[in-house]
Write a protein that binds this ligand. Sequence first.
Ligand code: HEC
Length: 198
Amino acid sequence: MSRKLLSFFLFSILLVLIIAQKRTDEQNLFAVPQDSTHLVQGKTHVMALQKVLVGQLVNAIREKGSAGAVDFCQLQAIPLTDSISEWEGVRISRVTDRPRNPDHLGDSYELAFMDKLKNNKQNGKSITPELRKRKGQIIAYFPIVTHTLCMQCHGNSETQISTKTLETIQKHYPDDMATGYSENEVRGLWKVIMRMEE
Ligand code: HEC
């Protein structure tokens, strides 16, 4: 892959992360009821994760140049060395109904929740986070919504994604289902798994 393409990848991902962070701060995207300790806790984790990701990207650009840029789309490929490893018993991932990475396909509960969110969005209703309790765990879900910057990798594959980008995506993700989105669509969920105290 050419250096130019790699730089493009790194740059776009950095922008996406910075803008996502800004949007989160600005709109208070995950408006969470203050009386729900676990939602507040989950939201804090997601926001901190986004901050760490931006920091690590900036470092990587400085240290390694453009090498390995595509891997930065992959959360699990990023060593979360600072604050996040200190969150004992917390795991964060992303799930969706139309995965690029097949590991991110949601379970039946998550797919049903995605359906509900999409319906709400279509009918002009607000979309809100949700808590799910499982044995020994509490899981907080926060909607991930698309905007302009996501389109170059998740938009219309003929008009919005460049041929080079599309080829790279298809090479890494032969079963990709994550194109064809418009702006302001529910793309997936942040999933924050927390251990229950009792
Ligand atoms: C530079 C290309 C690029 C851009 C821009 C981009 N993504 Fe992605 N996205 C990817 C790749 C590649 C993956 C697969 C990552 C992996 O394997 O873990 C992915 C995965 C995801 C996932 C996880 C679920 C899945 O399908 O695997 C979500 C959610 C997601 N992207 C949302 C977004 C949103 C929202 C934006 C805009 C704010 C965005 N992406 C912008 C390339 C991109």
